[in-house]
Write a protein that binds this ligand. Structure first.
Ligand code: WTA
Length: 705
């Protein structure tokens, strides 16, 4: 983020202006035009699309996306707003997601690779799974889930799996039955998985015994035992644990199987060899899956996505922005355990009969040339990854791409703001100036892209996500709900004025939190059924330039974006409090050149307990146990007391400033201002206070909204 910091001028006096009104003066970047070779073959070259998707044609414009799908029954109402803000899309329509992603492609594409699985060990052979093979395996797995586990439409299944082909196979088997899958990122701990089993009420857990990460074979089965135990403690009984094997011929884990509860999937599948399961025709608004994400409280939110609206939106946006043609080889390096993988590895690409590559391991294993070797070998021509991966690959192997013969026609970045420097390396060295780049801004909640350049139509501007997608009408509000106009040069809270088919339907089991979190701030009239009264609050700060491009500045709530992964500070704090010596904990983001942001932890101990590095170590381990290694803090700092307001609120903003060596601003109103200088000396040493303007999200961090 050092680039951004250098671009930003000194921030105006913080205490006088509300944060949303602070002007952000970025250096405007030069624009780059789409490469002509790309434009010549692109799906979307007609500028009239924006007119077709203009407000005048809303919501019927989204028929264009829904018509990419095969419907068992066509819908009667495109958008039903009668239970605002619980929008219903394509009401009356029926379809099956697994049929749309598999069966309907058999006739034309039976022998085409649907999935290509690349194991992390380079000597292990790549697996090519054709549409025919995918269809067979999805059917057999669906038979096991239905006939062996008694699952029916509407039931939930938790899937805690690494990046292997069996993960999308399991998801599609659920979708075939109308069973709601809840995939938990494989890197999350057993406890985190257990908490999600409880919230979703799953009685079946699907997992895998092991997987490779950075050259090590990890025992993943051990996490299943922890997850089931944690669920049992909270009153939810997992009846069966289905364990896929990483290796056909041997177990990858030494953790024992529990008799009567744990089953090797391949053993069970023997009984279902050749079984066929008719896809269950589901209403368009039936839930397809849950995806848990972090918010401002300690409890993750189960974002519920629909079948028809979601699938239509990801199919439409994959076609327009990823520019997928049936002949392309597409590789998205995200993990399927996050929303990007659901929408843009599994559902979007497979709905369009594409070939989607899945890679098991880390991009820099065994060296920073790995992704380019994979691309060369498989003929990947569409590439999709995150700024964190781009930064890591650039740092470790700035010239590696030059050694390999591959040709990307378009490339995507997602998940965090990308610094113009990293963008330019991606464009010039990885893409060889021949690929169109899209910087896509969106969220778990939104199902698919909200902002991106249209790759053959819009110029690229490094560091800006670009204009809104067709049919998405954003607005930037200040804290008081006044519009910050385009080109005002001021940042505010980005909202989307209208519903769109990919938007999530609710928070599983907590519709009130759904309304409060996403609509509470700017709703004009609670009883209105007019969508105009319900702007969607995204929780990101943004700056809307005069040219229509949006620059996303980061979260405005207590969420830290670590390497493109959303972590709630409250979740990390409650993990710290499981260490008995800890009285209080505060987590803040610090700017990291590679991972974007990383958490740093402050803890105050209970009276009479002396600071001890062993306690700090235990706090760090507690975070790994409760959440997972991705949340591991940069440092755990034991402080004498937390800086607090007179009403006792911990001033996380002050701690964030200290951690990031920024001016901590006015502290005279604190109950204990003297502790601030004490903490600063402890963290920064005895130098003077550095008055530095930091990135927008750090300056806003921990503020009331
Ligand atoms: C951030 C990931 C800048 C943003 C798809 C958002 C981005 C959060 C971008 C959602 C981007 C995502 N530029 N910031 N192109 N894309 N973000 O739910 O803060 O894991 O709110 O969804 O990531 O993260 P989530």
């Amino acid at each position: 983020m050092s680039e951004r910091r250098a671009d930003a001028k000194e921030a105006p006096e913080e205490s006088r202006l509300s944060e949303a009104e602070i002007a952000v003066h970025w250096k405007e970047e030069a624009i780059y035009h789409p490469p002509p070779k790309f434009v010549g073959q692109a799906n979307l070259t007609d500028p009239a699309i924006m007119e077709r998707f203009s407000e005048e044609h809303f919501p019927e414009c989204f028929r264009e996306y829904a018509d990419l799908l095969t419907w068992d029954r066509y819908w009667t109402t495109t958008l039903d707003t009668s239970h605002a803000p619980f929008w219903k899309w394509f009401v009356g329509g029926r379809l099956n997601a697994s049929f749309n992603c598999v069966d309907r492609h058999l006739e034309a594409h039976r022998n085409k690779a649907a999935l290509i699985f690349v194991p992390e060990p380079e000597e292990e052979p790549t697996q090519f799974i054709t549409y025919q093979e995918l269809w067979v395996r999805v059917n057999e797995m669906a038979a096991l889930l239905r006939d062996g586990c008694g699952l029916r439409s509407g039931d939930r299944v938790t899937i805690h799996m690494p990046m292997t082909a069996e993960l999308p196979i399991t998801m599609l088997a659920c979708a075939r039955l109308g069973v709601i899958h809840s995939v938990v990122f494989g890197g999350f701990s057993g406890e985190a998985c257990g908490a999600r089993i409880v919230d979703s009420g799953s009685r079946i857990l699907v997992t895998m015994d092991g997987y490779y990460r950075s050259g090590k074979l990890l025992d993943h089965k051990a996490n299943a035992d922890i997850a089931v135990r944690k669920a049992a403690e909270e009153g939810v009984t997992v009846e069966k644990v289905l364990v896929w094997r990483r290796f056909r011929d041997r177990p990858a884990s030494t953790t024992p199987m529990v008799e009567g509860r744990d089953f090797v999937v391949d053993d069970l599948l023997k009984q279902y060899r050749g079984h066929r399961v008719d896809p269950v025709s589901m209403p368009a608004e039936a839930p397809l899956f849950l995806m848990y994400t972090s918010g401002s409280t300690g409890k993750p939110k189960g974002c519920q996505h629909s079948t028809g609206g979601y699938l239509a939106y990801v199919a439409g946006t994959t076609r327009l922005i990823q520019d997928l043609h049936p002949t392309d080889v597409y590789w998205c390096m995200a993990d399927i355990g996050w929303i990007t993988g659901h929408s843009y590895i599994v559902y979007g690409p497979l709905a369009l009969a594409a070939t989607s590559v899945l890679y098991e391991g880390v991009p820099t294993y065994p060296d920073a040339g790995r992704p380019w070797r994979i691309a060369e070998r498989l003929g990947v021509n569409i590439f999709h990854t995150s700024p964190t991966a781009i930064r890591a690959l650039r740092k470790l192997g700035p010239d590696e791409p030059k050694k390999y013969r591959y040709a990307f026609k378009c490339m995507t970045t997602v998940g965090e703001p990308i610094e113009p420097e990293a963008w330019r390396w991606y464009y010039e060295t990885v893409g060889r100036r021949e690929a169109a780049i899209t910087d896509t801004w969106w969220q778990t909640e939104t199902g698919g892209f909200l902002c991106s350049t249209k790759p053959a139509l819009d110029p690229m501007k490094p560091g800006s996500a670009g204009p809104p997608m067709p049919g998405i009408y954003p607005i930037v509000f200040d804290e008081e709900g006044k519009e910050v106009p385009q080109g005002a040069g001021r940042a505010g809270n980005i909202c989307i004025r209208n519903p769109w088919p990919g938007i999530f339907q609710t928070i599983w089991g907590d519709p009130e939190r759904f309304v409060r979190t996403y609509y509470g701030k700017y709703n004009r009239n609670r009883s209105s059924t007019d969508w105009h009264d319900w702007p969607y609050f995204a929780g990101d700060g943004a700056l809307w330039a005069a040219d229509g491009y949006l620059r996303i500045l980061g979260r405005v709530d207590d969420v830290i974006n670590v390497a493109g992964h959303r972590l709630g500070t409250k979740e990390i704090e409650s993990a710290c409090l499981t260490v008995p010596e800890v009285a209080e904990a505060a987590v803040v983001p610090i700017v990291d050149a590679e991972r974007g942001r990383v958490p740093e932890v402050y803890v105050a101990l209970k009276p009479g307990i002396a600071p001890d590095p062993a306690i700090a170590e235990r706090v760090s381990r507690a975070i790994e146990t409760v959440i997972g290694k991705i949340a591991r803090p940069r440092a755990v700092r034991i402080v004498p007391d937390m800086p607090k307001t007179r009403s006792g609120k911990i001033m996380r903003r002050v701690l964030a400033s200290i951690s990031n060596r920024m001016d901590y601003g006015d502290i005279t109103t604190l109950a204990n201002p003297e502790v601030v200088e004490q903490i600063r000396l402890q963290v920064q040493g005895s130098g003077p206070v550095e008055a530095r303007a930091g990135p927008e999200d750090i300056r806003r961090f921990g503020q009331e909204h």
